[in-house]
Design a protein around this ligand. Structure first.
Ligand code: HEC
Ligand code: HEC
Length: 378
């Protein structure tokens, strides 16, 4: 993406334009109807309309500021307080914040001058998780002979196609017919974060509704304090019992729309009109087929399918931020059937700033679940 444009034109509208252009090419003369962008108000506010002291991120959508801040923090391996005074993010008291602004301008300049406006260099390219980049190669600290580069074994040739990979996935989880027989799942398990396991309910309903209820041990005013994360079929929201819920930002909602897909194997081609086979890769000791997908109103994804079992074992989705892409990785394991359709009973979601694992202990299918269960509390 051209660096100059990301800073002036809201990234979201730029995406719409790119997707529209791509669709126009593939569909020939067929007019392209833009898809709804999940959870997005008609005119997103810009960063400077919502925040008080924006100079470098002017023109980007306001909901991209936090993802950009997380991207910076992860790139430098620091927390917010490295640049910000607690509770006063608009203040310019810290020299690090001033340096960060200069760095944003520098990054834009490098990409403009040396990479034809493609965002090739980001904070992470130089910083690699440290506030102070190193400018010299390290000296040798042992007298062992220098390590030869690991031999790169070319992935075994494979004749797989997008269709055959998806077909194998559908079959592996029980087949299209079986999948269409299931309309809800009510599951109980635990969410494990920071070594602590907390009881969780995961309730899903076809075609794309989902809520997770985390039963925190702490009480608020004598009431149970549950954390809620939901996608109501159109938009995502988050909240805690007894307090007003908040809408997810556009990118959060788009990511959450994927988690809410009830029969993902059957919907992949529809969700990602641009679905291409990537280079096969080995991850976690498994040889995998790789598909790269993008589509309107959805994050760009990379999907890994175990060539042996055929199931989806990893999804990496990329959130565009004004300064670089932030990855979220979800590893799916322990595929088991509640009835006749296999689903992962465990998944681990990892981001640049943390990770958690959800482990399902038990579940039931086709229990009636009212749509109201997924609606944002008023
Ligand atoms: C390496 C420095 C750096 C780090 C780390 C950092 N920020 Fe920022 N932050 C900035 C800069 C620079 C701006 C101003 C951007 C601009 O001028 O467009 C900013 C702006 C903001 C703003 C807008 C404030 C306003 O009203 O103008 C908020 C809110 C914010 N940061 C929150 C955070 C949070 C939360 C974190 C931690 C997740 C964080 N930042 C980490 C450098 C940093
Ligand atoms: C082309 C390489 C490069 C890129 C890209 C880059 N930096 Fe830097 N940055 C440096 C170097 C080198 C230093 C250290 C300068 C020094 O030691 O005085 C530095 C220092 C900093 C510091 C001061 C650290 C301190 O300890 O005070 C901040 C803050 C910073 N960079 C933020 C950023 C942010 C935010 C981005 C992305 C928008 C970024 N940098 C992109 C090379 C880079």
């Amino acid at each position: 993406m051209p660096e100059q444009t990301t800073r002036r034109i809201p990234v979201r509208s730029l995406f719409r334009t790119i997707f529209a252009a791509a669709a126009a090419v593939t569909c020939g003369s067929v007019a392209f109807t833009p898809q709804p962008v999940y959870g997005q108000a008609a005119e997103p506010k810009t960063a400077e309309q919502v925040f008080q002291n924006i100079t470098q991120l002017k023109g980007t959508p306001a909901d991209q500021v936090m993802p950009a801040m997380n991207f910076i923090s992860a790139s430098l391996g620091v927390d917010c307080a490295f640049c910000h005074v607690q509770g006063k993010p608009e203040a310019d008291d810290k020299p690090q914040k001033k340096t960060a602004r200069e760095m944003m301008a520098m990054q834009a300049m490098i990409n403009k001058e040396s990479f034809r406006g493609q965002r090739q260099v980001t904070c992470y390219s130089c910083h690699r998780g440290s506030a102070r980049p190193v400018s010299m190669p390290p000296i040798t600290e042992s007298d062992a002979p220098p390590k030869a580069a690991a031999p790169t074994t070319p992935p075994p040739a494979s004749t797989a196609t997008v269709d055959s990979i998806i077909e194998k996935y559908v079959t592996a989880v029980g087949g299209a017919e079986a999948m269409r027989q299931v309309s809800t799942r009510v599951m109980k398990g635990v969410i494990i974060a920071g070594g602590v396991a907390t009881a969780i309910d995961v309730i899903t309903k076809a075609p794309n509704k989902r809520i997770t209820i985390t039963h925190n041990a702490s009480m608020t005013d004598g009431h149970p304090n549950d954390s809620l994360t939901a996608f109501d079929g159109k938009a995502g929201w988050m909240g805690n019992t007894g307090r007003p819920a908040r809408d997810m930002s556009g990118p959060e909602s788009e990511a959450s729309s994927l988690d809410a897909e009830f029969a993902l194997p059957l919907r992949l081609k529809e969700i990602f009109p641009q679905l291409r086979r990537g280079r096969p890769e080995e991850i976690l000791g498994m040889q995998c087929e790789v598909l790269n997908g993008s589509g309107p109103g959805r994050p760009t994804v990379r999907l890994y399918f175990d060539t042996k079992s055929g199931v989806l074992v990893r999804m990496v989705r990329y959130a565009e931020t004004p300064l670089g892409r932030s990855p979220t990785q979800i590893d799916y394991t322990d595929y088991r059937a509640i009835g006749s359709v296999k689903i992962p009973f465990q998944w681990t979601l990892s981001r640049t700033n943390g990770r958690f694992t959800i482990h399902i202990n038990e579940g039931t299918e086709n229990v009636p679940v009212d749509d109201a269960k997924f609606a944002k509390p008023m």
